[in-house]
Design a protein around this ligand. Structure first.
Ligand SMILES: NC(=O)c1ccc[n+]([C@@H]2O[C@H](COP(=O)([O-])OP(=O)(O)OC[C@H]3O[C@@H](n4cnc5c(N)ncnc54)[C@H](O)[C@@H]3O)[C@@H](O)[C@H]2O)c1
Ligand SMILES: CC(=O)N[C@@H]1[C@@H](OP(=O)(O)OP(=O)(O)OC[C@H]2O[C@@H](n3ccc(=O)[nH]c3=O)[C@H](O)[C@@H]2O)O[C@H](CO)[C@@H](O)[C@@H]1O
Length: 452
């Protein structure tokens, strides 16, 4: 059945009554929730994954993304109702499906050099089963122009995009782990950029069935890819601005957070939070998609913000040295506890985590470096050059906070005071209240708040 011969309403009726089949390639943190939100809406869904164990368990109704709230119940229900099944046979799935969604990993190195192998692998498989009237959507995050680079692969099927034989679109995944089902159902509008107006019309109807925040149509596929990338660039550049202004505040002995919070009472001012640096798979990476694809343009603002954000880990070590020096102590042989190994609180992910360069630089100064993180263990600490310890393990010469875990926000400072040789806290995530810390006798330094 050709999707492109249907009206939007005809499509929506067939879609909600299981008359149209969707295949979602990649059944991980993003793909499995998406597939099951469609299945819950009555759509006939095939989840495709290369991991046989994952597929086997999914067909028993067993969810492997256990950290995603409510997903296990949803998978079990949909498998039982028969609206969701999984397979490793991507070609068969393409032969059965009317709409194919690519949501496999698009991992990058630290300079944004993206590994698109899984995307091209899936495109080849889809092409082998592509039929007239099908629609292919990329949802995985990718540099602008990537989706259109797949056209030659899809046309190996003998179908021609420019003849309207099939439809192609990018609809970026704007979902976060931990709130995926909520996000897919309408935390944000769905961005859609398609090759033609008919494909855009059909896909608007498709996403309207699951997303109550509505659709934002974009005039082209590359524009839709740019939307997701620019969201990340905006955040990285604004964090860079916050860090630069915080460094000014340190120089002028002004409390950055107090000033930022006051400035942000104006509706057009949104100064972000300064800190130890920018980690994760998203925010520090997407700017490189702009930098690496700029030929005539010199993306100076994007590059400068990226450089400054990466500098902040070194600044944390500078603050620690200044703090220790105020107690006539140097870093050499100082017993340092780094609180946090993950790139941010609540997520066990180490990509571009600030703790990694901080630990490395402390070791370079021959400090005696330990780490603790509520989501990690000794193996994680050792991997990054630190020994594992709890707060009570030793008497610390300095405590450096690099992840905003809720456990650190609620830290018992009286207990910490009993476990320090030197009462020095260097807070890279503005996690502790400076007034309380100082009242309890700590010397408290943070990015943007420097009082020795
Ligand atoms: N995780 C997030 O918070 C998040 C947020 C927004 C966007 N994204 C984007 O979503 C995409 C998917 O990320 P994820 O977090 O779901 O990854 P993931 O690693 O959790 O899941 C990927 C799944 O794809 C499977 N897979 C790998 N290669 C495959 C192939 N060739 N064919 C079929 N399946 C294959 C893997 O076995 C795995 O189950 C990425 O582009 C990512 O940038 C992720
Ligand atoms: C759907 C999706 O993909 N969502 C992404 C996800 O991004 P994420 O999981 O990578 O987390 P972020 O919150 O962006 O943090 C990244 C790093 O930046 C540091 N940071 C942060 C804010 C600040 O003011 N100052 C900072 O220094 C922080 O410590 C950490 O190291 O959620 C964000 C909304 O939370 C979204 O915008 C972003 O698209």
């Amino acid at each position: 059945m050709s999707m492109l011969n249907l009206s939007k309403e005809e499509f929506k009726n067939k879609f909600k009554n299981g008359k149209i089949t969707v295949a979602v390639y990649g059944q991980g943190k993003m793909g499995l929730p998406l597939a099951n939100v469609f299945a819950e809406a009555g759509v006939n869904v095939i989840g495709v994954d290369i991991c046989e164990e994952v597929v086997e368990n999914l067909n028993k109704g067993i969810n492997h993304i256990t950290e995603e709230p409510f997903l296990s119940e949803l998978v079990a229900k949909n498998v039982k109702n028969g609206t969701y099944c999984a397979t490793t046979d991507g070609k068969l799935a393409a032969e059965k499906a009317d709409i194919m969604i690519i949501l496999v990993p698009t991992l990058t190195d630290e300079k944004g050099n993206i590994k698109l192998g899984p995307v091209y692998n899936v495109a080849e498989i889809i092409s082998s089963g592509l039929k007239e009237g099908n629609i292919v959507i990329t949802e995985a995050t990718m540099p602008p122009s990537t989706t259109e680079s797949l056209i030659t692969i899809f046309e190996k099927s003998g179908l021609k995009l420019s003849n309207g034989d099939f439809g192609l679109a990018h609809a970026p995944e704007r979902t976060m782990t931990g709130t995926a089902l909520r996000d897919i159902k309408g935390q944000y509008p769905k961005i859609i950029g398609a090759n033609d107006s008919k494909t855009l019309e059909i896909l608007s109807g498709m996403y309207e069935t699951i997303n109550n925040a509505g659709i934002v149509p974009i005039s082209g596929i590359k524009g839709a890819e740019a939307v997701k990338v620019f969201e990340g660039v905006y955040r990285d550049v604004n964090i860079g601005l916050a860090n630069e202004l915080a460094l000014w505040c340190e120089e002028h002995n002004v409390d950055a957070l107090e000033v930022f919070e006051s400035a942000n009472t104006q509706p057009y001012c949104h100064i972000h939070t300064p800190g130890a640096g920018v980690g994760g798979h998203c925010i520090p990476v997407y700017p490189w998609f702009v930098i690496n694809s700029s030929e005539k343009l010199n993306p100076r603002i994007t590059k400068t913000a990226r450089e400054l954000n990466d500098y902040m880990a070194h600044h944390m070590v500078e603050l620690t040295i200044k703090g220790l020096n105020s107690f006539e102590k140097s870093l050499k042989n100082a017993k340092i506890l780094v609180l946090g190994l993950t790139f941010r609180g609540g997520v066990k992910e180490f990509m571009k985590s600030a703790a990694i360069p901080i630990i490395s630089e402390l070791n370079g100064w021959d400090a005696d470096v330990y780490a603790f993180d509520p989501l990690c263990d000794e193996t994680d600490a050792n991997r990054y050059g630190a020994k594992w310890a709890e707060m009570e393990s030793y008497k610390w010469d300095a405590v450096i906070i690099t992840s905003d875990h809720v456990e650190f926000k609620n830290m018992d400072l009286d207990k910490l005071m009993k476990n320090v040789n030197i009462p020095l806290i260097v807070d890279g995530r503005n996690t502790i209240d400076p007034v309380i810390a100082r009242e309890k006798g700590f010397k408290y330094l943070s990015v943007g708040n420097f009082k020795l």
